[in-house]
Design a protein around this ligand. Structure first.
Ligand code: 7TS
Length: 433
């Protein structure tokens, strides 16, 4: 059995080694003997004690519905809920807190824009541009909008190593382009897309820009104004917060002009039997009882990330990913998807000739290593790459070089075990297509 070094040993100099102690869930063994190595962070991250404690405090002391009751607990909850909005505003560099809409996650935020802004502004013959590498969450809502409106959906293609073919933008963008919707970081390729450049070019033809920032806000400093994002969506659960909470940023002028999406309590100013008038922002887009405690806990997660520093976190992940890239390339036949080690965010998707991606994930799990396998909700991207599935290791602030070593060693063992009989191991690094 390969020994896993103490996770604190050899931890990045960039981050406090004690940081791992903040994550109770990481202090366990799985399958009786294997320390948990959690490398499925692009799907969802874990929560530190500090976030769990805030949830507990809210439910044990402060919880009530917000914006409604004239009583102490409601006032406490409301104040903390609005504090969290302010923290989220600052975290993404938005100008005003009313531009921060709490949603249940990236998917909900993007669908809100497609239904509210999209139905009001996109008509037959108009054009929507996405990319080949989008998560289904930033693809299917636009397909649905195109179906409803008669608009045309176009896409920016990618190169074989997973970069956007930006030259194609000049011919794709026309005066009929209403929207460009693009991920800031691909959840499979790790590609970091030049969003600010794309936004500048999209704005030049009068198009609106939506950034799917689910894979970037948790890892990199974000400024919506510098990016040129008109809308930007992200999920709390990918950045140490609970599930069920996310943010849609929208430029005030756009949000103001948009009709409400969901109708119900909180989103109204006045209701009569036959009509209503909508509330001001941000309430206009927060119908019903919101995810109160998760939102407050998102504020605590933002505090935690700010304390460590996103610059340190992203550097740490880059170092880990560069190291993982070098280690995994040593495995013959292993194909790493996406750009080179210096041009990618902290995740690695790969394939082996044998076994299948799901079997790789299962064999890794038997050794305590959690990764994800499948098409990662990017079916068209997998089609473009000519594969049906891949295995993905994705890093966050608590991962260590020792964990990368273990991943590489177990993968090398799997490769050996499934090598076609009679073939000798070739020397040198694995070939990339
Ligand atoms: N956009 C991107 C780029 C994502 O990676 C994801 C989730 C979403 C949108 C949707 O986020 P949600 O919080 O609304 O679900 N990505 C993944 C993943 O890669 N594996 O599991 C979920």
């Amino acid at each position: 059995m390969i020994e896993l070094k103490s996770p604190r040993e050899d931890f990045s100099k960039l981050l406090p080694a004690a940081l791992r102690d903040d994550f109770p869930i990481l202090q366990q063994v799985v399958h009786d003997e294997h320390p948990l190595v959690f490398l499925d962070n692009a799907a969802s991250t874990q929560r530190p004690r500090q976030v769990i404690e805030v949830l507990r405090r809210v439910y044990e002391r402060d919880y009530a519905n917000v914006h409604r009751g004239i009583h102490t607990l409601s006032e406490r909850s409301t104040e903390q809920y609005e504090d969290a909005r302010e923290k989220a505003r600052e975290f993404i560099g938005a100008e005003k807190a009313l531009e921060v809409i709490f949603t249940s996650g990236s998917t909900a935020g993007i669908n809100l824009v497609a239904r509210s802004w999209g139905d009001a502004n996109v008509h037959a013959g108009d054009e929507i541009i996405v990319t080949t590498m989008e998560h289904h969450s930033n693809l299917v809502p636009w397909q649905q909008l195109a179906e409803r409106s008669g608009a045309v959906l176009k896409h920016i293609p990618i190169t074989d190593d997973g970069q956007l073919v930006l030259e194609s933008l000049d011919s794709l963008l026309t005066e009929r382009t209403k929207l460009v919707a693009v991920a800031s970081v691909s959840n499979v390729l790790g590609t970091i897309n030049p969003v600010a450049d794309i936004a500048r070019r999209a704005h030049a033809v009068g198009a609106v820009v939506l950034v799917d920032a689910a894979q970037s806000v948790p890892h990199y400093p974000t400024n919506v104004r510098e990016l040129g994002a008109d809308f930007l969506a992200f999920s709390g659960h990918k950045m140490l917060a609970p599930t069920g909470i996310g943010v849609l940023y929208g430029r005030e002028q756009l949000l103001d002009a948009m009709p409400p999406f969901l109708g119900g309590g909180s989103m109204i100013n006045r209701v009569w039997l036959d009509r209503f008038t909508p509330a001001e922002l941000p309430a206009k887009f927060e119908a019903g009882t919101p995810p109160i405690a998760p939102a407050i806990a998102l504020g605590a997660a933002i505090d935690y990330l700010n304390r460590i520093g996103l610059v340190n976190i992203s550097r740490h992940e880059h170092e880990l990913c560069r190291y993982a890239y070098a280690r995994l390339r040593e495995i013959e036949g292993l194909r790493i998807l996406g750009p080179g080690p210096d041009e990618r965010a902290g995740l690695l998707s790969f394939t082996l000739p044998e076994p299948h991606a799901h079997d790789i994930a299962q064999l890794l799990d038997e050794r305590g290593i959690a990764v994800r396998a499948g098409h990662h909700c990017t079916w068209p991207l997998h089609d473009r790459l000519g594969i049906s599935a891949s295995t993905r290791a994705s890093f966050y602030l608590y991962n260590t070089p020792a964990e990368v070593d273990l991943l590489a060693e177990v993968l090398a063992e799997i490769r050996e075990r499934f090598r076609p009989k009679g073939r000798k191991r070739a020397a040198g690094p694995g070939k990339r297509p």
